[in-house]
Design a protein around this ligand. Structure first.
Ligand SMILES: Cc1cc2nc3c(=O)[nH]c(=O)nc-3n(C[C@H](O)[C@H](O)[C@H](O)COP(=O)(O)OP(=O)(O)OC[C@H]3O[C@@H](n4cnc5c(N)ncnc54)[C@H](O)[C@@H]3O)c2cc1C
Length: 570
């Protein structure tokens, strides 16, 4: 049986986007009742792991300029970014950097006392604003602390949202499980902001937090909203072996080299000017090409890889600016980066795709907005530049909050609530999953699913492999895996894991479908069988809608304001 509670604004997710949205809405209206719902404790949200920086133009008088941040973002996206959205990001983010500072953010400083910035891949000017190499942790701490100043923000930590309730026209509430008790709730609301983050745990080799599964994307998809551009998955060039933990691009921003087994800085063959600081798609492809031509290393685990050399940076700078990287190298690879190169390989790191929104973060369902990595407002197109995601979270956390507050102020009260939909949801999750009689071990199935995506839709892709991947995912989905061995009510992580797996199946299918359909190479989507970008046929976004039989695919135009697509050279 469900219990009912009610708020004005629901925010699913307590990462940077969710917290920024909560503060803005609380600031706009102190009588608004705001619920921030998160399946993990606030400070365990994935955003705490952001390392290297938040992109912003702060010092136009010193050589940086707005135009170059906008153009770098659009060029980095391989011209699939909506150009008005890129412009909005770049114009808005400097204010957010100073706003964070006023809320207590301990930005690193230059010698002259001004906020420090470092170089990142694909930028014309060092614009990644940083706090050592723990930018996400400090941003989260600052935002959380600020949230606590408002009495009208209430946190529901360790609550797992299962579905969106709506009447086909507009949003009415969500259903959720309180993980600590196992109780099933319906949280009614007038507006919803989905800030449920990315879903990179669908890949077996990943930099993401274990909680980064596609539940938020899937609940929007099942509620009739399109998922957009899901074929564009970013592989960060430097995941440290064997764990895949991220070595921030800031390490190359501070001067790190990438070396092949001849000791060569091989990036000179692929991006003569930018070298190691070319955009991530280009560097990841270069690494995989070197490996294919036997110029890689074999790690002790048997995995092929390259070296990242930080020795010449020196221990003092490593300690001061890359302290977390130093610690990760020691603890997870047993390597002192001041003495030995690190072994790295491209690793799943970001999803350019997400819930289809317009420039203001509005989805196709009235009363629902999406912000942060869960959203696809098309700022990153086919390839995100590093440091542009935390920027996006801040800017669209604020924008969507303003939109939602406005909407709530003008909303009509609802007379009928569709209780039958809540009953159907209860049946779906308790009869279909909790009491399911699956024969297979769902953890093994999850490992297989993530392995399939890693094998079939990695840095380089081709038709036969993508189709095979799709077939394998569908076969796996049809096996009998809906099984929860733990029947406890309280803290049943076994149940939550199987719920996550359920959403992974639907979203994995969308990634593979989009990648099969896009017969060109653009940004992070590199097809061996279609090695060139094809603007005549594919300069558009991919939309995928849920259908009980088969997903429905559509096209959506790219907004081009003044930057004509040209060949990318770095
Ligand atoms: C290792 C690493 C380093 C990075 N470094 C940088 C960097 O330096 N600069 C940069 O710009 N970007 C960086 N990124 C990317 C950036 O960190 C993320 O894109 C960004 O933090 C995402 O924030 P978010 O608020 O959208 O979501 P997240 O921080 O992922 O939060 C998602 C929230 O949704 C909640 N949630 C999800 N599903 C449910 C559910 N079913 N029910 C209830 N709650 C749910 C979670 O509990 C969580 O609170 C990095 C990424 C990684 C992996």
């Amino acid at each position: 049986m469900t219990e009912y509670i009610e708020y004005d604004l629901l925010i699913v997710g307590s990462g940077i986007a969710g917290l920024r949205a909560a503060i803005e809405s609380a600031k706009q209206n102190d009588t608004l009742r705001i619920a921030v719902i998160s399946k993990v404790q606030v400070m365990r949200s994935h955003s705490v792991s952001a390392e290297g920086g938040t992109a912003a133009v702060l010092f136009e008088n010193e050589g940086d300029n707005m135009e170059s941040h906008i153009y770098d973002t659009i060029k980095g996206s391989d011209f699939l970014a909506d150009q008005d959205v890129a412009e909005k990001l770049c114009l808005e983010i400097p204010k957010e950097i100073y706003q964070l500072e006023h809320w207590g953010m301990p930005w690193s400083r230059r010698k002259d006392g001004k906020i420090a910035q470092r170089n990142f891949g694909g930028y014309s000017y060092p614009g990644a604003t940083y706090a050592s190499d723990k930018v996400g942790f400090f941003e989260m701490q600052t935002l959380y602390d600020t949230c606590l100043k408002f009495d009208n923000i209430e946190f529901f930590n360790e609550w797992y949202v299962t579905s969106i309730i709506h009447d086909d026209k507009k949003f009415l509430g969500v259903t959720a499980i309180e993980i600590s008790t196992g109780a099933f709730y319906t949280i009614k609301g007038t507006a919803l902001i989905i800030a449920s983050g990315g879903a990179g745990r669908m890949y077996s080799y990943s930099t993401y937090a274990l909680s980064s599964t596609p539940d938020g994307l899937d609940m929007a998809y099942r509620a009739g909203m399109a998922l957009k551009d899901m074929e564009f998955v970013q592989f960060h060039p430097t995941g440290i072996l064997p764990s895949g933990i991220l070595i921030t691009e800031g390490a190359r921003g501070e001067g790190g080299y990438l070396l092949n087994n001849n000791g060569e800085r091989f990036m000179k063959q692929y991006a003569a000017e930018k070298m190691e600081l070319a955009p991530r798609d280009i560097v990841s492809r270069a690494i995989m090409t070197e490996i294919t031509h036997n110029r890689g290393f074999i790690h002790e685990t048997g995995v092929q890889c390259m070296q990242l050399d930080l020795r010449h940076i020196g221990d003092d700078i490593l300690k001061e600016k890359l302290g977390a990287i130093r610690e990760i190298s020691f603890k997870f690879s047993n390597i002192d980066p001041a003495k030995e190169p690190l072994y790295i390989r491209p690793v799943c790191h970001y999803m350019m795709g997400g819930i289809h929104t317009n420039i203001d973060g509005a989805t196709e369902l009235q009363g629902v907005w999406a912000a942060g990595e869960a959203a696809c407002n098309s700022i990153h197109g086919a390839n995100r530049l590093g440091a542009n995601s935390t920027s996006e979270c801040m800017v669209w956390g604020k924008i969507t909050a303003n939109m939602a507050v406005n909407y709530i102020a003008n909303a009509q009260s609802e007379s009928q609530f569709p209780h039958h939909l809540v009953d159907a949801e209860e049946k779906r999750i308790y009869d279909g999953i909790f009491r399911g009689g699956g024969k297979m071990n769902p953890y093994e199935i999850r490992e297989k699913l993530t392995g399939i995506l890693n094998d079939k839709a990695y840095v380089y892709r081709k038709e036969s492999e993508l189709i095979d991947g799709l077939k394998k995912i569908r076969e796996l989905r049809n096996t009998s895996w809906r099984r929860v061995d733990d029947h406890a009510q309280e803290y049943n992580t076994n149940f939550i894991n199987v719920m996550e797996l359920d959403s992974m199946f639907r979203v994995a299918e969308v990634i593979l479908l989009g990648a099969t359909y896009r017969k060109e190479s653009r940004g992070s989507h590199a097809r061996i069988d279609y090695p060139h970008r094809d603007d005549n046929n594919f300069l558009h976004h991919t939309l995928v809608y849920y259908d009980i039989n088969d997903p429905i695919m559509k096209k959506h135009p790219v907004t081009i304001t003044k930057y004509k697509p040209v060949e990318r050279k770095y």
